[in-house]
Design a binder for this molecule. Structure first.
Ligand SMILES: Nc1ncnc2c1ncn2[C@@H]1O[C@H](COP(=O)(O)OP(=O)(O)OP(=O)(O)O)[C@@H](O)[C@H]1O
Ligand SMILES: [Mg+2]
Length: 316
């Protein structure tokens, strides 16, 4: 159980974490936000690696600033920058970690074996980490964090730079671990937040912007199904088109895609998409000069939520 109350952290004039309060229980809890939102700063304060300016933190009743050693033994951390001993092998890295965190001697060997198997590194276990790919290092860092069986698992950008297949495996493993642990993830991949989170805290510029289940966030802030179109046309015609489209979808937005004459439209549906689709095709028929490059129907994403709440996208 993690409780954060009115947490503030400044770096000079910059407020990196701005009066953040949240309670996290046994669940997968995600901090979703763009670069510089303050996610890693929160993680570092939770782990006792950084001092806060004000506010309270409690990890199972303990304050990381007053009892850093005890808090550290409760937490398994996968930091954003993978910190492994490059000149040691995977097995040696795990062994060092197990001993440092006081894993009972009789269990070390078996735990290391299981860990290596889990992330399919058994065959490479005795190679130096410096010979690993980025994704392999990331996978090793993940199981290393689990070796001392922590109550709380904190993953700062767990799948950064990991390929699709390994990403899915890590996601599955996180889902399984949720049965026994409090799991906190930071990410700026909206699909990761959507897929994994029981609850998702959307943050920007150090502030909590929204907090709910991914489904509720989308329902509350991003409405229903949306029609998305890429077209080429004259600016003047596009303006006329958008006027018409706004009559059927008042939240209709369009943007210049920075390719000369190419535009992207998003039309959120208020209720069922059926009506909207019929109307959209009727309107497009009135504008034969418009060339449709792509037309799709999609459900809202957490990026739509972020856009709705902040006016910008999660990623550029
Ligand atoms: N040691 C530091 N000194 C000065 N400023 C810092 C320091 N660490 C973080 N910051 C600033 O605090 C803000 C939040 O940074 P933080 O690393 O927490 O963001 P983040 O949400 O983890 O971003 P990313 O998605 O890029 O990892 C940024 O403006 C960053 O420049
Ligand atoms: Mg970060």
């Amino acid at each position: 159980m993690i409780t954060i109350t009115n947490l503030v952290k400044r770096f000079g004039d910059r407020v990196a974490v701005d009066d953040l309060s949240v309670e996290i229980g046994q669940e997968v809890f995600t901090f979703l936000g763009p670069n510089g939102a303050g996610k890693t700063t929160v993680v570092n304060m939770l782990c006792g690696l950084l001092q806060r300016d004000s506010g309270m933190i409690s990890i199972s009743g303990l304050d990381p600033e007053t009892t850093p050693g005890e808090v550290r033994s409760k937490i398994g951390l996968v930091p954003q920058e993978t910190a492994l001993y490059e000149y040691l092998t995977a097995r040696e890295n795990l062994d060092f970690h197990a001993k440092f965190y006081g894993v009972p001697g009789g269990q070390v060997k078996q735990r290391i074996q299981d860990a290596l198997e889990l992330v399919q590194l058994t065959e490479r276990a005795d190679d130096r980490v410096s010979t690993y790919s980025g994704g392999m290092k990331r996978r090793l860092a993940l199981v290393r964090a689990l070796l001392h069986d922590p109550e709380v698992l904190i993953l700062d950008e767990p799948t950064l730079g990991i390929d699709v297949q390994n990403r899915n495996e890590i996601w599955n493993r996180i889902q399984e671990l949720k049965e026994e642990k409090t799991i906190l993830i930071t990410t700026n991949y909206m699909d990761e937040a959507d897929r994994l989170s029981d609850r998702c805290l959307v943050m920007a510029e150090g502030k909590l912007i929204a907090l709910d289940t991914p489904a509720n966030l989308k329902l509350k802030h991003a409405g229903g199904i949306r029609v998305e179109a890429y077209i080429t046309a004259d600016q003047k015609i596009v303006k006329a088109l958008i006027e018409k489209l706004k009559q059927i979808a008042p939240e209709a937005r369009y943007a210049d895609t920075e390719m000369k004459g190419e535009f992207n439209f998003v039309l959120p549906a208020r209720g069922q998409a059926n009506e909207l689709l019929t109307e959209v095709s009727r309107i497009f028929r009135e504008f034969p000069q418009v060339n449709i490059l792509d037309l799709s129907l999609r459900v809202p994403t957490l990026d739509d939520v972020f856009l709705e709440l902040t006016g910008s996208h999660l990623r550029d």
